[in-house]
Design a protein. Sequence first.
Lengths: 221, 618
Amino acid sequence: MHDILVLLAHPDLEHSRVHAALRTALSQGATGAGARWQLRDLYALYPDYDIDIVAEQAALKAARLVVWLHPVHWYGMPPLLKMWLDQVFAYGWAYGPGGTQLSGKDLWLVVSTGGTEQSYRPDGHNRFFIDAFWPPYEQTAQLAGMRFLPPLVLHGAHHVSASEIEEHVDTVTEHLRRWPDWPEIADLMPCIQGEAPEGERPAPELADAPVTEAQLAEVAR
Amino acid sequence: MTEAHMPNWLSLGLVYLAAAVIAVPLARFLGLGSIIGYLGAGIVIGPFGLNLVSDAQAMLHFAEFGVVLMLFLVGLELEPRRLWAMRRPIFGWGSVQLFGSTLLMFGVGVLAGAPWRLALVAALGLAMSSTAIGLAVLAERNLGNTTAGQGVLSVALLQDIAAIPILALVPLLAAGGGLHDDGGPPLWVEAARALGVIAVIVLGGRLLLRPALRWIARSETPEIFTAAALLLVVATAALMLSVGLSMALGAFLAGVLLAESEYRRELETDLEPFKGLLLGLFFIAVGMGIDFNVVMRHPGLIVALVFGFVLLKTIVLWGMARAMPVPLAERPEFVILLAQGGEFGFVVFQTATQGRVIDGEAASVLVAVVTVSMLLTPLLLLAADRWWAAHLRAHRVEPTEHRLDAPQDAPVILAGFGRYGQILARLLFSTGVRVTVLDHDAEQVEAARQFGWRVYYGDATRLDLLRVAGAASAKVLVVAIDDVEQNLALVDLAREHFPQLTIVARARDAPHWTQLHQRGVRWIERETLDAALMSGRSVLQQLGVEPYRARRLALHFRRHSIEQLVTMAPHLGDRARLISISKAGRQQLEQLLAQERDLAQRTRGRLQDGARDDGAPG
């Protein structure tokens, strides 16, 4: 029974060390008896950025823990994951009136950065501690009613040794196996979903909304 | 009505075909190889066996055409550049073999007390090897690209070239024989005519053959292309024969000239069966031709001669093999394939008899010696396989280390170089992927060739052609053929014979897509889908839809339409085939659109009930 959904978003896995290793390890653990998680490699599933919203929402619904696995690019997520977020976490589904489909689930962020830990300091060239970049993620989780678990970060991804990568991969898989039995979240409170008041969103026909079947039929005719 | 008499051609055909069909599988089953099977069949049906056929000589002459065809095919494999690179082995090592063996045998013959004329003619005739056996075994054992194989080919080619002056000179050896006593044209005229014919073949081959073949291929009548291929070889052979040159050499030249043409593979596959059968007939004729009367009269002499001349040639060949050098593991094949006497020996002895250089009895003995040595070749090879392998093992020599691998074929085979295949090929070529391209449209191939694409002319739905194209080792087969029947035929063929191939297929329309899908093909593109969707995007854009939104509409429609096909595929079954046969594609499309409208209606209802798709927060 899969109760964990791992979303991997890396636009250049051919040249990746950390995420290639994670993909290998996690895809091995994703099949067979007692597999806890389902791995969805977004760039492999949607090389044309044509996200199947229905399929993604179904996968989310079945999960209790959602994991985002990606390298930090320009202090945020890669574009396909952002697009996934824009389209799948839809108004009235993930947030807003009636948008409670994700409420009560956990969200765990596992990222790597090119910069070293020292660079993410006020005296480093990235100037901020890495924690300073979490608020958009935390707020996203809160608006969808998801509990934001403490992120796991691997710094200096281009230069870490093979054994450090292996250790990182082990940490991730170990956490997935044990979830929700983690000491670091033992005293975390469940999330209380934030509100997006009705009327704050633009009218549907003006929005750059996902394509509906009705619109398709128009095109087909 | 009394007993009907079978016409001669029918009874002969019956005997030859039955003999071959029975003897060859039997011989192969016993591990003896097909050549022994043919030779054995010849002995059995010949005058000294069941005496079903008597005229071995006539059959031999006819079947020699098999050797001619074989050299044409060998030529096809050899581009002019490669032939030019082989000039040193051909003229160098070939001459060493021919003159070395001749001199050695001549010396031993004179020392043994034979008259010098007889010794010289015998030495010249026996120094020739059997091209038929040598090259047939190379092909059977797939040794064409090994050092030994190249060596055998070089020597065989030089013998073919040298045969011309040898045959011209043999009559001059006659005691008291003067020049030109037959009243024929002077020698320089003959030489000029010979050179003229070679020039005609080379120039004609360069300038005329390809346009001619293209014109014939355009008629789209496969049997006429086959006829043209045969005609080409027959005409070249006739031309060469008319000026007293070797037919095989002419065919070889014609083959080399066509080696770079787009028709190479098609010619190969068309002529291969003729070559095989005629060569078989040739070996049968050789088997039939063994004159056991002569053998019985001089058993000791013949055994001694066979043993002696094969030994002397072996000494020369072994020395060559060491000096060239031929890898240890290939040496027995190199030596044995050249050590026997050959069909050219027959001609030399015949010419010498006619020129009264040697007498008839001596010629019969020599012909028997050559034939027995030919019969021995496959047996010697079998013995060498066992003994030499054991020898190499005992001496711990790595046998296959120096073997040249056969040239690797491209990982991708593209069938169809039309409007669809060209785009695909250009993408692959631009990324450095090697592709073997086949197309059966002569004009298309010619046009593509003018732009520098290496495209081959051929019908990809033929199993033999697919094999030659490397289907057994390739990874991906792109079926870009537009004709639905042909397209599906190729898919069926590939799935049955080359299950390792991943098929990427072009589908003409939805029914065709379904048929491909039902055959297990998973990488299918409808040829018009993406272009039409792109145009649809343009239309939407012109109507004021934002470009990015138009793109998403198109992409979504694309996915939806493919999903629709996938879900419909299992239910269509036989009906889809019926529909495609009756070409009722329109009805299918209407059905598809109706289903889509249906689905949209239901979705619209649900959307109006509650949830609305909307923009993102922030």
